[in-house]
Design a binder for this molecule. Structure first.
Ligand SMILES: CC(C)(COP(=O)(O)OP(=O)(O)OC[C@H]1O[C@@H](n2cnc3c(N)ncnc32)[C@H](O)[C@@H]1OP(=O)(O)O)[C@@H](O)C(=O)NCCC(=O)NCCS
Length: 186
């Protein structure tokens, strides 16, 4: 993982968190890839394609100030981890007028630095940034490994629902309903 992992450096040195810049884009892409590898995506070809798309996506949004990142490093500049905050477009409703919502993504801590508060430092920065910029809510989708990190920072589960349209069982269920409807309206 190049700069992200350097086995020669002790992982217990004091860690600092700093904003990522466009110059850190390669690191952010590597962290994104490493996160997805830990989430079980093993095919290098899929990663190579996803890396290019993510790089472009992130670069555009960092330039437009719709995406920001934080990196945690030790005093020698070894990267311990990081994460990004995206201002995701959302629809207005009677409870809010804002059409952007902070969304935390690409959270990754190098294995050598895990359980030392690295991810929590990034979460803290994202919460602070969101509050200071007048946002009333911070969203994310938690991996199994990340759940406790976020719970400790006050996040809770919500009632988001999903329908997987490429899933065969969905097609079967919808097919059955449509044939029932046809009979009803015959
Ligand atoms: C999830 C991840 C980012 C956590 O990073 P981290 O820097 O180790 O997290 P922290 O040290 O800030 O953890 C804070 C607390 O969360 C909990 N926690 C963190 N990792 C945990 C794990 N693997 N299992 C159980 N609890 C965990 C602990 O309570 C921990 O506090 P403690 O060490 O004092 O007990 C890291 O394990 C990782 O990169 N995983 C792979 C990619 C991933 O799942 N990313 C999240 C996508 S949403």
């Amino acid at each position: 993982m190049g700069r992200i992992r350097d086995k020669r450096l002790p992982s217990t040195e004091k860690l600092i968190v700093r904003p990522a810049t466009l110059r850190d884009l390669d690191i952010l892409v590597q962290q994104r890839r490493a996160m997805w590898m830990d989430l079980g995506v093993r095919d290098p070809a899929r990663h190579d394609t996803a890396d290019k798309t993510y790089r472009r996506w992130a670069q555009t949004r960092m330039r437009n100030h719709q995406l920001m990142g934080w990196l945690v490093e030790n005093r020698r500049g070894a990267i311990a981890g990081g994460g990004c905050l995206w201002l995701q477009p959302i629809q207005p409703n009677p409870k809010r007028t804002k059409t952007l919502q902070p969304y935390l993504l690409s959270m990754y801590t190098d294995p050598d630095f895990r359980r030392q508060g690295v991810a929590s430092m990034v979460v803290g920065k994202a919460i602070e940034w969101s509050r200071n910029h007048g946002y009333g809510r911070l969203m994310l989708h938690a991996s199994e490994m990340g759940r406790t990190v976020y719970k400790k920072s006050g996040f809770y589960r919500t009632w988001e629902m999903r329908l997987d349209l490429n899933d065969a069982s969905t097609t079967v269920r919808l097919g059955k309903r449509q044939s029932r409807d046809r009979i009803k309206h015959a």
